[in-house]
Structure formats: C-alpha cells, structure tokens
Design a protein. Sequence first.
Length: 209
Amino acid sequence: AIDGLLEGRAYTLMLKGKALNVSADYNAQSEKLLSKAVKLDPELVEAWNQLGEVYWKKGDVSAAHTCFSGALGHCKNKSSLQNLSMVLRQLHTTSPDEHTQNVMDSVRQAKLAVQMDVRDGRSWYVLGNAYISLFFNTGQNPKISQQALSAYAQAEKVDSTASCNPDLHLNRATLSKYEENYMEALEGFARAAALDPAWLEPQQREQQL
C-alpha cells in the first residue's frame, strides 16, 4: 500500500511540476517538484521527461541528456527519443569526432521515435533536423540532404500543424540556399517570417539572398 501512496504522491508532484514547466523559461520550483517526483517513483517516465526539459531550459544539457536516457531505461517512448535526439546535438564535446558520433546517434534516436509512431509529425521534424546536422557535419552528402527534405515533407504530410512550424521552414530554406535552390530558399524564409513576425532571423536570411 505504501508503494501506491508514493506513486500517487509522485504523480501529483509531477503534475504540479509540469504545470510550472509550460513557460519557455527555466522554473526552479518546477525542478524541485520534478526531482522529488522521480526520487519517489523512479519509473515515472513523464517526470523524467519533464525534468529533462527543465534542465535543458536551465542550460544544463548534460543533466537533460541523463534524464532522457534515464526515462528510456525505464520505458521506450517517443517523447524521450525526440528529446534525446535534439539534446545529443547540443552536448559539449572535446573533439569534432565525438560531436559527429553524437550527431549520428541523434539520427538513430530520431529514427526510433519515427518507428514508434509514423503518424507523429514532431518525430519526422526532429529526424529532418538530425539529418541536416549530419549533412553539415559529415561532408555534405547529397543523399543525406535528400533524407532531410523527405523527413520534413513527411512531417507536413502526417501532421497539419507542421506546416505552421517556422523552424521547419527556416531549416529547409537554409538547406535549399546551400544547394543553390534560391527560389525555394526565398519561399521558405518568407514563410517562416510570416509565421513568426517577431523572429528576425528569417527576414535577415531572406535579405541576404
């Protein structure tokens, strides 16, 4: 019975921590609550995922990495895989080789997320980003850029909200510009700027073309 009580308490703490974690900024109280939740119930995957996001906002990428990996140790889930894929590309490394290894691992984790649910647009989007990183880190193989574009197209196909993601349009346009498809690049930057008028980067990139 005590186990049930602890699990219930952990779940309540997780919900409170999650509620405080909705803003884009780091929240110390959220970190406190979620840390308590995973101590009480180490199997509570959602608490690990939320705690990983809190650390990420705090700028502690390696702690975030530990949380997402820990969550996957308890239960394979697409949210941890998506986040792990993104965090791997941001980990501090001591050599270019180590970074390249992380980027390749990032692609692997994103592929696993897609395999878990092929209808999840976020997984396809994360996979597209991982391929773009791989493209720029491993000698610009055109096959990899094609895989990135296919993943983005798939994201838009399975998830109508993906078309409204300014990051997707910016990243795809950056790749198009690199490959000298200037019309597509212009369209992408303009679309990203229209979706998020306060974000200046797409406008600046558009003007540089």
